[in-house]
Design a protein around this ligand. Sequence first.
Ligand code: HEC
Length: 195
Amino acid sequence: MKSQFVRLLLAAALSTGAFVGAVGAADEPAPAEKSEPAAAEKKADGAPEAAPAAPAADAAAGGAPMKPIDRVEKTEKGKLKNPFDYKDPKIAEEGHKIYMGLSCNGCHGGGGGGGMCPPLTNETWVYGGDDDTLFRLITLGSQELQKHGYARKGQEGVVGPMPPYRDLIDDETKLWKAIAWIRTVWKGREEKKVW
Ligand code: HEC
């Protein structure tokens, strides 16, 4: 039963490329630094391309959007906050597309109701349901998350590792939008809301 679950998990992860992304992630240098000189050179050349930053993300996150892993490393524990409003249907819709595009549905179901993996719709949050914890959990994966001082608090019916998405999401605004969508499918009581 358990090994069957692990096999299913692996199959799903491999099909999303999540585990492939995880392998070797630890020893790769942070790509942000590598790309900076190139960007600077471009500017010096007078290249007119200035990427417009999403103002909402910009304001809340302080600076241009970066890779989720860079944001995680730069931000103190407990301080990450979604700059997007999940009540905005446009944001939620975009978030759902991102969620499907990243194959999160392979494990959590298209509506977030779970399946092989924990539902995102119920009141139980394994490590906590606040923005900070979810952003880090998805970026680092559940095993790495626990090395950063986040502990298992809740127990869902299905237990298994959540793969890291650190190398699969290039822009933190995408992850925030996916989390915004997750808020819209949650069916818990108002007093249990921690975001
Ligand atoms: C290979 C299967 C798999 C994929 C793909 C996957 N997850 Fe997970 N996810 C899990 C597992 C397993 C857990 C529970 C981890 C634990 O118990 O430590 C989890 C936990 C979570 C949680 C916390 C749920 C709770 O009840 O506390 C969230 C939120 C989440 N995943 C979001 C996502 C998002 C967003 C994506 C896509 C970017 C994604 N997951 C992709 C397997 C997966």
